[in-house]
Write a protein that binds this ligand. Structure first.
Ligand SMILES: [Zn+2]
Length: 327
């Protein structure tokens, strides 16, 4: 009896050790991006672009037309795993400053937080402050702005169906759902003053954002969730499609997500976003989120297969590269 117990304990110990070793291996060996180079945009093609777009990881995206600019989220701090799990976090002013400089961003008209999780909205008020932008988002996002001391006249709470004009850009906010990750829901009820734990950046309202410019429309879907028929009757040409944790969902979920976003809006080009491991600094090479948190390759295989079936082009966009999203 004793011997049996000893053997069981030994097996459990071996299983625990190999589990830890497996997770450690996955962290240090995330999926590579090599296979997607052929899907990437050609550099230097933005000269005649009506709209230029740059991706900075997660769903941080800059859209400019030469006169006005819109930045979704503006998340650059990207605290490491240990900080996120064990410490309080706050915007890193040096990293934000360096990032804005590297991206050659001086003024922005609108900083739009797609939802209020830290990997979207934590840096938004500081970016808005430095660039004299108006911060747009949910009440929770507004409370992140207030906690940071952003003046009230630079904070604008938006609601479902609201449209905002930014020069020639027309931005429409529609309620969306977050991907089912286990970290969803909740509101930030009052001014949130960092440093705070990452989980205090509650989701708030998650938005699908439609950005129209001279007859062409971009859908930004920050998280791989959807509201049934939430986008029906809306049109978009290009979707920046959040795929964070999409690889961990069921086949049926992935199909529904495609149906409710890409198919519902008639999008002809899909550009995945929110695929990167956002606990890596943005000045280091980007890598997909490692297993067991996600399955990037499964998401990409799904998009490519679906795209081929339905004649939707899937492009891969590396961070820090300016592109013409419509070309
Ligand atoms: Zn989120």
């Amino acid at each position: 009896m004793r011997r049996l117990l000893k053997n069981i304990l030994l097996i459990l110990l071996l299983l625990a050790i190999s589990g830890v070793a497996w997770v450690g291996y996955q962290f240090t060996h995330p999926p590579t991006l090599d296979a997607y180079a052929k899907l990437s945009f050609q550099e230097g093609s933005t000269k005649d672009a009506e709209v230029r777009a740059t991706f900075f990881g997660v769903s941080t995206l800059l859209f400019e037309d030469g006169k006005n600019s819109i930045l979704i989220d503006g998340f650059f701090t990207r605290p490491d795993k240990l900080s996120v799990l064990t410490r309080k976090i706050s915007p890193n002013l040096d990293v934000i400053g360096q990032s804005l400089k590297r991206a050659n961003i001086q003024h922005i008209d609108a900083v739009i937080a797609a939802h209020s999780h830290y990997d979207h909205a934590m840096d938004s008020p500081e970016v808005a402050r430095r660039t004299d932008a108006i911060l747009y988002g949910s009440m929770s996002t507004a409370n992140i702005g207030r906690g940071w001391g952003l003046p009230e006249q630079q904070i604008h709470v938006v609601h479902h169906g609201e449209s905002v004009k930014v020069g020639a850009f027309d931005v429409v906010f529609l309620n969306a759902e977050h991907a089912p990750t286990g970290f969803t829901g909740g509101e930030i009820e009052g001014p949130l003053k960092p440093p705070v734990r990452a989980n205090q950046y509650k989701e708030g309202q998650c938005f699908s954002i439609l950005i129209s410019h001279k007859g062409k429309t971009i859908l930004v879907q920050s998280s791989a969730g959807f509201v049934k028929s939430g986008l029906s009757g809306r049109h978009a040409d290009v979707a920046f499609l959040g795929i964070g944790t999409l690889g961990k969902q069921t086949d049926q979920y992935r199909e529904e997500y495609w149906h409710e976003t890409v198919k519902a809006t008639g999008v002809k080009r899909v550009i995945p976003i929110h695929w990167d491991d956002f606990t890596r600094p943005s000045n280091a090479p980007f890598a997909p989120m490692p297993r067991p948190f996600d399955d990037f390759e499964k998401s990409m295989a799904f998009l490519l297969n679906q795209g081929e079936k339905e004649h939707v082009e899937v492009k891969f966009l590396y961070p820090w590269i300016e592109i013409d999203p419509f070309k």
